[in-house]
Design a protein around this ligand. Structure first.
Ligand code: GLA
Length: 390
C-alpha cells in the first residue's frame, strides 16, 4: 500500500518508475548507552518504516524530495557536501556522501522519501532513513554490500556527516532485525545472535511527545564522560580499551579514585552490560518477569546514574506500574525525551495502552501516542520498478 502510493507520487513528480527500499525504526529492550562503550545491546526492529524510492537520471544531479517535509534539494554527485546542511535531507545525503567516500559510485538519481517512524521520539527515524537510502543508492549503482557493512557506513554517516557521535545499534538492527526476535549485538565484534521473543508478549511503546535531540550536547557529553572513565581506569588496569573491558569488581575497587560523576556513568555502563546478558538468559528460559525486572533496574540506572531520563519519561515509567499485564519497562533510546518500552501480556496490550495514556495525560497534561508493536524484519527491497503497474 505504502509502496504503491509512493510509486504513484514518484511517477507524478519525476515521470519514471522507481525501485523502492524500506528500513525500519527500532526499540531497544535493554542495553542503553552501551553501544559506544563497545558493550552489548538487545534491540528489536519495529513495524514503522522509512521508504526510499529511487530512479536513475541521465545527468549528474541528485534530486531529493520527501512526502513528509517540504523542499526540493538538488546536488551534483561530483561535488556532494561533506557535512550536514541542517535539513531533513542530511540523512539521505549523508548516506550518499559516505558511500562515495567508501569507494562506492553514486550516479545521478531522483529520490522520494516517505517516513512513518515518529521523528525525535528515540525510535531511530534517522537510522531508518540512512539505511533505506544506502540500500537505494547501492541498488541504483548495481552494488551490494553485506548488511553489517551497510550498518557501519550508515553509522559513519551519522558520526561524520550529521555530527552525532552515536554507536552502531540503531543502524545495525535496522539492517538485520528479524521478525519475532530481539537482536543481541556485541558492539565490539559486531557478532549478533537472534533471541526469540515470546509470542504472548507485546512491546508497548509510549511516546512522551517530548522530542529528544541527539545532535544536542548531552549525548556527546556522556560519551566524553565514558572516555574519561576509560582514561582514568586504564592507569590502574592495563588493556582497558573501553568500559566493556571493566568488570564490576574492578570499577568498585577504584570508586574513590574517580570523580563521582565519572564513577556513576561508568557504573551504569558496566552494570547495564551485565543486565543485557542476564536479560538474554531470562528470555531463553521464558522468564518474562525477570526481563521486566531488569528493565526497571535499567531505568533506575539511566535516571540516577547516567542521568539521561526526563520528568516525562519517569512519569510514563511510573504510570505503567500496577496496570494489568505489565511485566516491566523503561525509557528506551538516547533519552532526554522520546519513548518508554513496556513488556505487556499481548491479551492486555490494548487496555494497557488506553490506561497508561489516561494516567500520563492526567499527570502531565500531554496526550501521548502509544504503539503496540512486535519485533519486525530489518531493511529490504520493498518493490522493484518492473513489477509496478500504475
Ligand atoms: C541513540 C544512539 C545509539 C545508542 C542509544 C543509547 O539511540 O543512536 O547509538 O547510543 O542512543 O543506547
Amino acid at each position: 500500500m505504502h509502496e504503491r502510493d509512493l510509486a504513484e507520487s514518484f511517477f507524478s513528480l519525476y515521470k519514471s518508475l522507481p525501485s523502492i527500499f524500506r528500513a525500519p525504526g527500532r526499540v531497544n529492550l535493554i542495553g542503553e548507552h552501551t553501544d559506544y562503550n563497545e558493550g552489548f545491546v538487545l534491540p528489536c526492529a519495529i513495524g514503522f518504516q522509512t521508504w526510499v524510492a529511487i530512479a536513475p537520471r541521465d545527468d549528474h544531479k541528485l534530486l531529493i524530495q520527501s512526502q513528509n517535509f517540504p523542499g526540493k534539494f538538488e546536488f551534483d554527485v561530483r561535488s556532494l557536501p561533506e557535512k550536514r546542511l541542517g535539513n531533513w535531507c542530511d540523512y539521505v545525503l549523508g548516506a550518499a556522501s559516505t558511500l562515495q567516500k567508501a569507494g562506492q559510485p553514486i550516479e545521478g538519481a531522483n529520490l522520494l522519501i516517505k517516513g512513518e517512524v515518529p521523528i525525535g521520539s528515540g525510535l531511530s527515524s534517522s537510522a531508518s532513513v540512512e539505511v533505506a537510502s544506502a540500500l537505494a543508492f547501492l541498488h541504483q549503482n548495481n552494488r551490494s554490500l553485506p548488511m553489517p557493512e551497510v550498518a557501519r557506513i550508515c553509522r559513519e554517516a551519522e558520526n561524520n556527516f550529521v555530527g552525532a557521535r552515536v554507536g552502531i545499534m540503531d543502524q545495525f538492527v535496522s539492517c538485520l532485525g528479524q521478525a519475532g526476535h530481539a537482536l543481541l549485538l556485541d558492539c565490539r565484534s559486531l557478532e549478533s545472535k537472534m533471541i526469540p521473543f515470546p509470542d504472548e508478549v507485546s512491546l508497548v511503546i509510549c511516546n512522551t511527545m517530548v522530542k529528544h535531540a541527539i545532535a544536542g550536547g548531552e549525548y556527546n557529553a556522556r560519551r566524553e564522560e565514558c572516555d574519561e572513565a576509560v582514561r582514568l581506569l586504564s592507569a590502574y588496569y592495563g588493556g582497558i580499551r573501553a568500559l566493556r573491558d571493566v568488570s564490576p569488581e574492578q570499577l568498585q575497587a577504584r570508586s574513590s579514585d574517580l570523580p563521582s560523576t565519572i564513577y556513576q556513568r561508568a557504573l551504569h555502563v558496566v552494570s547495564e552490560n551485565q543486565r543485557v546478558k542476564d536479560a538474554v538468559e531470562a528470555l531463553s528460559r521464558g522468564d518474562v518477569d525477570e526481563v521486566g525486572r531488569l528493565m526497571r533496574e535499567s531505568h533506575r540506572s539511566l535516571r540516577d546514574l547516567f542521568k539521561v531520563s526526563s520528568v516525562e519519561l519517569d512519569v510514563m515509567v511510573e504510570a505503567a506500574e500496577g496496570l494489568p499485564g505489565y511485566r516491566g519497562g523503561r525509557m528506551t533510546g538516547g533519552g532526554f525525551g522520546g519513548c518508554t518500552v513496556n513488556l505487556v501480556d499481548a491479551s492486555e496490550a490494548d487496555s494497557f495502552a488506553k490506561q497508561i495514556a489516561v494516567r500520563y495525560q492526567q499527570k502531565t497534561g500531554i496526550q501521548p501516542d502509544v504503539y503496540i508493536c512486535f519485533p519486525a524484519d530489518g531493511a529490504a527491497a520493498a518493490q522493484k520498478s518492473h513489477s509496478l503497474t500504475l
